[in-house]
Write a protein that binds this ligand. Structure first.
Ligand SMILES: Nc1ncnc2c1ncn2[C@@H]1O[C@H](COP(=O)(O)OP(=O)(O)OP(=O)(O)O)[C@@H](O)[C@H]1O
Ligand SMILES: [Mg+2]
Length: 308
């Protein structure tokens, strides 16, 4: 009986252990018949601040932007980085994914207030999550009203940059979860950012959509933010059994070989479960392949110089 109990305890702790099993993670290298790189765990930072600001954007809806923001953020926090997530979608999906229904928050406690009020004390709007080092700015439908206001104001495209300015000294990484349209809010996110990550579901029109998106990023670069850099396309919801997923990804790799993260996020039902429980996959299902994938993405991003 005691022996059986010991075996059960051992198995539970194995399942709860953080998964770093590289076998769990699909990569573009494997797809191309090459050896996948090994991204070592980066050294902890000795000092914090000078945050890299990264927009997670694709104008196509439902491609894994919010899922990527939450789980990449949680994985960076596990590496000792101070991470701030910005919910910049009036749907409030990121807030909900972290267990907060922001639609019941007063306007003064949301990112909308921070955006529109230069004197707002933004530290008071930031919420903590259960993951040490992972904070976020919540959003609700009030943010949608900023879309027209921002377009009409002089300097309206710089408002998010202004709001985040004081936070850059404290955090190492700020990830902005964009809404799936190229409106004034997204322009604000791109103007405030150093880099963009483009989550992409490898389906037939994805390539066409990406070329349009790249044109928009170029316009933002040319007119508003010359330093903006596409740090990587991230293949999400990838099903290796689906031949068209593979074909589309191969086409993307052919056309943009330098622009695609080696880490691939496979399709798994576990991500839908995380939204229900309101926490990242790295804590909800720490030993899952999904958690291992986002941890690998965090290490790859740091190795690429995309985050400190
Ligand atoms: N790798 C994955 N495998 C399976 N399901 C996933 C995966 N990633 C995300 N999902 C699910 O797909 C749905 C859309 O994901 P998510 O909300 O992250 O996309 P989004 O791009 O932010 O959407 P929107 O454009 O509406 O903001 C969610 O139900 C999410 O749980
Ligand atoms: Mg979203």
């Amino acid at each position: 009986m005691r022996r059986l109990w010991r075996i059960i305890k051992k198995e539970v702790s194995r399942l709860n252990a953080k998964s770093t099993i590289e076998n769990d993670v699909a990569t573009t290298a494997t797809l191309l018949g090459k050896k996948a790189k090994a991204f070592a765990t980066p050294a902890p930072l000795t000092e914090h601040g000078s945050a890299k600001v990264i927009s997670i954007f694709n104008q196509k809806g439902g491609v894994g932007k919010t899922t990527t923001t939450i789980n990449l953020g949680a994985s960076l926090a596990e590496l000792g980085r101070r991470v701030l997530l910005v919910d910049f979608d009036p749907q409030g999906g990121l807030s909900l994914g972290l267990g907060v229904n922001a639609h019941s928050l007063p306007l003064e406690q949301t990112v909308y207030y921070a955006l529109m009020t230069p004197t707002a004390n933004i530290d008071e709007i930031v919420l903590k999550t259960a993951v040490p080092g992972l904070d976020f700015l919540p959003a609700n439908r009030d943010l949608g009203t900023a879309e027209t206001t921002l377009g009409a104001e002089i300097g309206g495209q710089q408002y998010l940059k202004r709001a985040l300015n004081s936070l850059r000294d404290y955090y190492d990484v700020i990830l902005i979860d964009c809404q799936p349209t190229m409106g004034q809010l997204t322009i604000n996110a791109l103007v405030a950012s150093d880099e963009v990550i483009v989550p992409m579901q490898c389906e037939y029109f994805a390539l066409h959509g990406f070329i349009e998106l790249k044109g928009n990023l170029d316009k933002v670069k040319n007119f508003l933010n010359p330093d903006l850099k596409l740090i990587g396309i991230l293949a999400t919801m990838y099903d290796k059994k689906t031949s068209h997923n593979r074909q589309v990804l191969e086409r993307i790799l052919e056309q943009f070989p330098e622009d695609v993260f080696e880490t691939i996020i496979a399709k798994t039902i576990r991500f839908a479960e995380t939204t229900v429980v309101g926490e990242p996959i790295t804590s909800y299902a720490s030993s899952s392949g999904g958690a291992a994938s986002y941890r690998r993405l965090a290490r790859e991003l740091i190795a690429k110089g995309g985050a400190r």
